[in-house]
Structure formats: C-alpha cells, structure tokens
Ligand binder design. Structure first.
Ligand code: SF4
Length: 338
C-alpha cells in the first residue's frame, strides 16, 4: 500500500496523452478516488480559510505536463533540480515548503518524464566532461508518490547510464521497493531524513514512523546505493541528548551488518518570520519553539534572515553529534552540523 493515498486527483487534459497520465487516471478511478480532468489552470480549492485550503491541497495530487524546458539551478549541493515532483503530502509543521509553495501546496507529479530526462541529458552534455549533479528533492519529497509513478526509478536508471551524470535526493518516505532492482551503478545517493521519537510524534504528522524509515533505509543499503542520513531539524528540547543518542543506537542496530559507510548531515532547527506566520495560520496550536527572543538572528545566503540557536548551544550540539555519530558509526563521515 502506498504511504500516500490522495483524497482526490486533478488531471490536466493534456497529461492524459502521456502513458503515465493515462495510467494514473485508470489506477485512481479503479480505486474509487475522485478524479477530475481540467483544462488550463489548476482549479482552485473552494474552501474558505487559509488552513482548510492548505490542508486539502496537501491531500490533492495534481497530474500534469511540465511546461518549459529549463531547470532551476540548485546550488550548492547540486547543479540542477530534477523536476519530477513538486510538493509533499507530509504535515511536518516546520517544513521549509510551508513558505515555498504558497497557499495551495498541491502534490504535483509531472507525466512527461522522458522529455524531462532528455533535457537533463542536454545539461549533462553541455557540461561534459565535468559531472553534472541533479537534485530530486529540492521542492518535494519524491518518494512519497513513487509507488504511484515509478518516475524516480526511471530517473535513477537513466542517469546511471548517462556518462558524467549523478543524482541525489532526500526522503522521509518508505516507498522504495521500485528502486531496489534498478541498475543504479552507484550514481544515485539517497539520504534518509530521520529524527528522534519526540520530534516525529510531535511535529511530523503524516510522515512515516521512525521504524518504517529505518526499514526503508535498510532495504536501500542492501541494494548497494550510496547513502546518508539527515538528522533534521534537531530540537534542543529537555531530553534531546538521550533521545538523539537512542536514535543513533537504533539506527545502527537495524541497518544490515557491514552496510555503509554513511554520511551524516545534522541541521538544527531554524525559522524565518515568514515561515512563522504560515505555521501559526496552519497549525494554530503548534508547540514549535518559535520565540525570536531566545534565538540568534542570522542573515541567510539568499538575503532573508533566520532565527537559529545561540552560539553556546550550537557548540554543545556540534560536539554531541560529532561524538555520538563517531561512537555508533565509526566508519562514517559527518559532513556538517549547522
Ligand atoms: S516530509 Fe519533508 S517535504 Fe514533506 S512535509 Fe515533511 S519536511 Fe516537508
């Protein structure tokens, strides 16, 4: 059973002319999920409040053709975004997409996958013999819809066969079965986003449990993909040391013996004023720590400022994670703690 079953599906009429669009229309109709075909612009959600519109959009899959050939750049981690999916059905209260996707954060899947991959190939050709890296999760969690579309598997296989290409994406979702038998040739890096129980239970509603994420990571490790873990966002709540140490211990125990080495990226919680406003509107009773008075203001690389933990606490977090990751995963690398 896919992790995400949409409450309704909107399909652009021209998407029905592509095999993936026609297949999705049949699959959802067969499952008695309401499907509406639209022309022109995506129909807006007829709900009154910002919150209702936001939450229904998260349960709505839009199946459409990606127009335009150009990809967005994706610095510093990759050269380009690979636009197969946009949006995510998860309801993580702190999510960076809260401010990126506007009032109607639909889960959009693009059906012209072959055209998108051909465009990727032309970027690779233009940069050869340098390697061109594509990021699959810049504006989405693409694994959340993979059981329906199979697009990631197609991209992994395509980019594996393409000289001078590499692919990467991050996920909290578990729908990885279609990726396991792909001939990836070690050119796709999959990073799993994990967190301690308290953070998952309190702030990551709608996303898979820790156990299911670790199960999916174990399958991907057994399939030989290069892999990493994102521990993000880290919250310095009362029991953070015990809970994050327990997270690392459980992870080590449940991953196949001999798997790795892994990379680790640790990102402490931060927020912008704009994100805070959206979070308050969508999750009015949130307990997310959003008090600017106990944070340090840091100007971001894209011009807007964010509120991060104070310097002393950051030093403590950095020392803790470097020490505990080295203890549980001595062969792995901590890329950064920020
Ligand atoms: S799973 Fe990731 S992309 Fe989806 S809502 Fe949660 S943080 Fe956002």
């Amino acid at each position: 059973m896919p992790s995400f079953v949409p409450a309704r599906v909107l399909i652009a009429r021209n998407a029905l002319g592509y095999p993936l669009g026609a297949r999705l229309a049949d699959v959802f109709a067969g499952r008695k999920i309401p499907v509406a075909v639209y022309d022109g612009r995506i129909p807006s959600v007829s709900r009154t409040s910002f919150r209702e519109r936001y939450l229904l959009s998260k349960r709505t899959m839009v199946v459409l053709v990606r127009e335009g050939r150009e990809f967005q750049t994706c610095k510093p981690s990759a050269h380009y975004q690979l636009p197969l999916v946009s949006g995510c059905p998860g309801l993580c209260q702190y999510c960076y997409l809260n401010t990126n996707l506007g009032r109607a954060p639909y889960v959009k899947v693009y059906v012209n996958v072959d055209e998108i991959l051909e465009q990727a190939a032309s970027y690779v050709q233009a940069r050869a013999p340098e390697t061109t890296v594509f990021e699959g999760a810049a504006t989405s969690d693409p694994v959340a819809v993979e059981a329906w579309t199979g697009s990631l598997a197609k991209a992994v296989g395509f980019l594996a066969r393409l000289e001078n290409a590499a692919f990467r994406f991050a996920t909290k979702y578990c729908d990885v079965d279609g990726l396991l038998d792909v001939d990836h040739r070690g050119k796709t890096v999959i990073r799993f986003s994990i967190n301690c129980e308290y953070v998952i239970d309190t702030y990551e509603r709608g996303a898979p449990s820790l156990d299911n994420r670790i199960k999916a990571a174990a399958k991907v490790a057994a399939a030989g993909y290069p892999m990493g873990f994102l521990i993000a966002p880290v919250f310095a709540f009362e029991e953070w040391r015990t809970q994050y140490d327990d997270l690392l211990r459980r992870l080590r125990l449940r991953l196949p013996a001999g798997s790795g080495p892994f990379t680790f990226e640790v990102i402490s919680h931060r927020f912008t004023s704009r994100a805070k406003n959206v979070i308050r509107a969508v999750y009015p009773s949130t307990t997310l720590p959003l008090d600017e008075a106990v944070r340090r203001f840091k100007r971001g690389q894209f011009g807007y400022g964010k509120y991060v933990y104070p310097a002393d606490l950051m030093t403590e977090l950095t020392e803790f994670f470097r020490d505990r990751i080295a203890a549980h995963f001595p062969e792995s690398t901590v890329l950064y703690v920020i």
